[in-house]
Design a protein. Structure first.
Lengths: 218, 236, 218, 236
């Protein structure tokens, strides 16, 4: 991938790589659609993660070779995938029992907004004309042990996505544990946003200015 | 002799009346019982309430049923699909009612409906717009919403293989909502690639025991929605 | 079986045979332990019933040949059974989903007392020294579409088992649909006990005298 | 590499501490994980809360654990068995607390505990002594009781075969409480006749997906409780 001229900090791949570093070997992981899916490409050598897709598969593998796919072996984004040795198929109630029951160690999601109290908005702009569609996002954030968000630090128009209070409709209340952006890794704590790590060449002030709520150092 | 097989999709859906509630299996195209849906379009029932995770794509299968304006209400977790124009038009035109339910809550409500559980508490959607108007309650200091079991008059499901007693096994991620919808409907209709005699499925691997299944229909080579959509197919 | 000298009405086998007559072809049936189990022997030719045992089997068959049994293929009474073609194994939550969800057409149970409002007592004498054990009885009577009781008309000491109000702890409230005794078949209706059929040689007065609540003719 | 296999029953149960809650699978002898229970007796933990459908028979397995006075409370649907003298003596002697739960409610409470459902409503036991002290509520004019999800620190379960990822298949009616207890425990330990590499079990027939299972132990030829009891065996 080429780096934009005005790109500051990590690329999307680098964000995904940085996040992947933090996932322990043997974790059960659910990756949201989009940037979160990239994480699977960057799992460090020697670690094995088991991927859950809420439409009924544990042990999901990468996309099939061209032409080798099965239209009925898909992920939550409705793209064709594979099943690795040790996989299991199950129905939707069992799948969400895994989610709601706290059996999944980590889910990685995109975000429209993350508030400093852990509130997440990632399913609807709330516009009256929009077709509302929530899927499994509310179940994931309510049930999975850790919720990591991976997202650009700001919107395309430059508004911060890390905010004091979400203005979009919530996906869940107080659910986000950590945020990975192109600028930094930031924990959501009882004391609000706390910096974990800056991306190379980015300084604290730069991140603080682009964050819509107080950001502390550890 | 118990033999739940029926001669074809048309016979299987013949008694679905106007105003019936119908659960339709599938997550995207995986598990979508296209031939049963097309038979339902041919059959003509109107004013249906459909319970299904999505709203279909293109103008075949579930999307075609919607386009034919047979559905007055849909209970659904994700009615937005890349290739779907049918639902958005109907919805914006006020021609269809939508009850949006988080996917896991939808699955659990269906399972509860089938298991005789009238209501249960779930943490999903607490603090969100989907909690509006719902009872909430604390357990162990954490907030949960009261959700109700969901049943339907009919379920249309796609399996891989069934025996004449109605035992069903599924295919990969096409399993999804099938087993729980089978539990939650008054009449459960399953299309499968093949129907075998009782004894043809190992009792250890049955996914939907026959008690949950009323009719099985052989559709040896079911269409794939994505292929139909790519070919620009419409139904009828 | 020999008939007792003072036996009046049906033998246990005849009671079971009479009950079996009333079960439609293709029914899903759960038979309780004891006399109810006899019913399976008397299903009329040409009908097929599918037996559910709450410990996780649908399509239960008769006891295995001597020595051919499997200690892990048992019924709810913990006796070895067989699985017929078309059988399915499942776990306890699924098994009781069948029961609670109204999927089983009929269960046949024994009784200590049946009241004319349909209350059933069949699990405990309520004696302080007794070991309380309820098993699946409360779930069965609460969930199964029809509940038939098969029992002697009176206790060994001559007390009626069909009563105005149960004095033993209840298994369920208003749950019994029909009672089969050696003397008669009796429906439980909103108007109380209603005679369906007398056993041969038994007259109405005989049954009425031995019934602890009003008994009506149809 | 994920490998959930542990060398033997002793290693599998080594960290069960005094006062722990332990779900123990089985309906009668079918599915009773005798070797794991015996290892737990050897291990010595006391003051346990046990959740199990029965109380064992003779003086082996679960009955032996009770006889050794390691269990202070049992949550159970049917603590009376033909060949059981151990539980009645302890119970009458006030040496064990009993929480009696209807079998279907017990199963559903365990499943709810594993599925993140804190509470649900059930029709079972309405109007009976087991409803005393419980909240009730009408749905559709019918009365239901509020029941709570049940979890435990450990589950001891018997399966037929497992792979190193913890996927498990069962044997006939020995399946019973295994799959739901596996969901509802902090640490789930499964003894199986054989452990195979990942890929050794068809993903379509897995009953307990590995996510619910923490340790698998090979016990190639497990004892049958009825045979031990018939032979007059005791443990230890």
């Amino acid at each position: 991938m080429t780096r934009d001229i005005d790109q500051v900090g990590w690329t999307r791949d680098e964000m995904a790589r940085r996040l992947a570093l933090d996932i322990p070997d043997g974790s059960y992981v659910n990756l949201g659609i989009g940037i979160p899916e990239l994480v699977a490409r960057f799992v460090p050598e020697g670690r094995m993660l088991i991927y859950h897709t809420e439409n009924g598969l544990l042990g999901m593998g990468p996309s099939p070779e061209k032409g080798a796919g099965d239209p009925e072996l898909i992920n939550a984004g409705k793209r064709q995938v594979t099943a690795l040795p040790g996989a299991a198929f199950f129905h939707h109630a069992d799948s969400f029992a895994m989610i709601r029951g706290g059996h999944i160690d980590l889910c990685v999601l995109g975000a429209m907004q993350v508030a400093c109290n852990g509130d997440l908005a990632n399913w609807s702009t709330g516009e009256p004309d929009a077709i509302p569609a929530v899927g499994g996002a509310m179940d994931l954030v309510a049930g999975v042990k850790s919720v990591y968000v991976i997202t650009q630090h700001g919107t395309k128009s430059g508004e911060p996505k890390l905010v004091e209070r979400c203005t979009y409709p919530l996906t869940g209340r107080g659910v986000v544990n950590r945020v990975y952006t192109e600028l930094a890794v930031i924990d959501v704590t009882p004391a609000g946003f706390v910096l974990v790590e800056l991306s190379p060449g980015v300084d604290f002030e730069h991140v603080r200015e682009r964050t819509g709520a107080p950001l502390r150092r550890r | 002799m118990i033999d739940k097989s029926v001669p074809g999709p048309a016979a299987a859906v013949a008694d679905i009346r106007d105003g019936a509630s119908v659960m339709i299996g599938g997550f995207g195209e995986a598990g979508s019982p296209i031939e049963l849906i097309h038979a339902l379009i041919d059959q003509g029932a109107r004013g249906l309430t459909v319970i299904s995770n999505n709203t279909g794509s293109g103008e075949v299968g579930l999307a075609a049923l919607l386009k034919a304006e047979r559905v007055s209400k849909i209970i659904c977790s994700f009615p937005r699909t890349a290739n779907s124009t049918v639902f958005p038009e109907l919805y914006r035109g006020g021609k269809i009612e939508l009850e949006l339910v988080p996917q896991g809550t939808l699955a659990e409500r269906i399972r509860a409906g089938g298991a005789g559980i009238p209501a249960f508490y779930t943490p999903a959607a607490v603090g969100t717009p989907l909690a509006e108007g719902k009872e909430s309650r604390l357990f162990g200091g954490k907030e949960y919403l009261l959700e109700h079991g969901l049943r339907a008059d009919f379920a249309l499901i796609k399996g891989r293989r069934a025996d004449t007693h109605g035992n069903v096994v599924y295919h990969k991620t096409a399993r999804n909502f099938g087993p729980i919808m089978a539990m939650a409907a008054g009449v459960t209709i399953v299309q499968v690639n093949s129907v075998v005699p009782a004894g043809g499925i190992d009792p250890e691997v049955v996914v939907s025991p026959g008690i949950f299944v009323d009719r099985v229909v052989e559709v040896a080579e079911p269409a794939h929605e994505s292929e139909l959509v790519a070919a620009g197919a419409t139904y009828p």
